[in-house]
Ligand binder design. Structure first.
Ligand code: IP8
Length: 269
């Protein structure tokens, strides 16, 4: 039997695919350009996970979905968060289909349960089958059922962590709206230094230095992202993670075809 192809995993961050400060505003031109870059790169096996941006985060925040079930008033917020994410997911899938790329939505909340916010069950059968068919599964951060808390918010980053480790992905590209990791938050500290390459241990040391993004982000912004990156490298030492600025033209394309670009590259050692 032919060896299954190892997928490349791409995260399209919420600050890339939406305007984070305007409720329910997708960044259509960026989405379209990124999909064209994916088309041009002609990748054999690809999974895309997108963030919530101004779709899921403000709604989840309003109804405190990430705090778990506390009162019946939150239930409508759980519904609205799910709907918001499906709406954004549809916009993104439509952009793939427009380019005749066979993307298909895989709704995380329909197959993932968390316990105290961490993924419990994770069955990749559907995703593997879709990849075998040469389709592009597209997942996203979602509002999910939680064993202890009733419900919780599952970030796209945690999904990527699980996918990368389970499917033994060797290349993981995180598309965000800055060039990569800095020694501090570059939006607040002008002396923050850009990090080109970093190892697992160095990343752990940097972990405490990077604060939570000041925009509305119920899953912890850059802080949440870094902690998930550490989890990936802890469990799967062949992963090479690139954090790129997906708002800059051709960065995603060049990262996909292994051209040298401005980015932060993270390896186990
Ligand atoms: O933007 C969060 O996903 P993320 C998901 O990947 C929701 O952190 C629904 C807020």
């Amino acid at each position: 039997m032919a060896k299954p192809l190892v997928p490349i995993i791409v995260k399209l961050g919420g600050s890339v695919v939406t305007y984070k400060d305007t409720l329910f505003k997708p960044n259509i031109s960026v989405i379209d350009r990124l999909v064209k870059e994916i088309l041009k790169a002609n990748i054999e096996s690809l999974i895309v996970v997108h963030g919530a941006g101004s779709y899921g985060h403000p709604v989840a925040m309003e109804y405190k979905i990430n705090d778990g079930y506390k009162s019946p008033d939150q239930l409508i917020g759980f519904s609205k968060t799910r709907q918001a994410m499906m709406a954004l997911n549809k916009i993104i899938i439509d952009a793939f289909i427009e380019q005749k790329l066979p993307a298909v939505s895989v709704q995380p909340s329909a197959f993932i349960v968390t316990d105290k916010g961490r993924i419990e069950g994770f069955d990749t059968t559907i995703i593997r089958k879709l990849l075998n068919l040469k389709m592009i599964p597209i997942l996203y951060g979602d509002a999910v059922v939680d064993k202890t808390a009733g419900f919780s918010i599952l970030s796209g980053d945690q999904i990527i962590n699980k996918l990368a480790v389970t499917l033994r992905a060797e290349k993981i590209i995180f598309g965000i709206d800055i060039d990569g990791l800095f020694t501090d938050d570059p939006k607040r500290n002008p002396d923050a230094k850009f990090v080109e390459k970093i190892t697992f241990e160095e990343l752990q040391a940097l972990f405490d230095k990077i604060g939570i993004a000041d925009t509305i982000d119920v899953t912890g912004g850059m802080y949440g992202k870094i902690s998930e990156l550490i989890y990936i490298l802890e469990k799967w030492d062949k992963a090479v993670i690139k954090i790129i600025n997906a708002k800059q033209k051709n960065r995603l394309f060049n990262a996909l075809i292994d051209e040298t670009i401005i980015c932060t590259e993270i390896r186990r050692r």
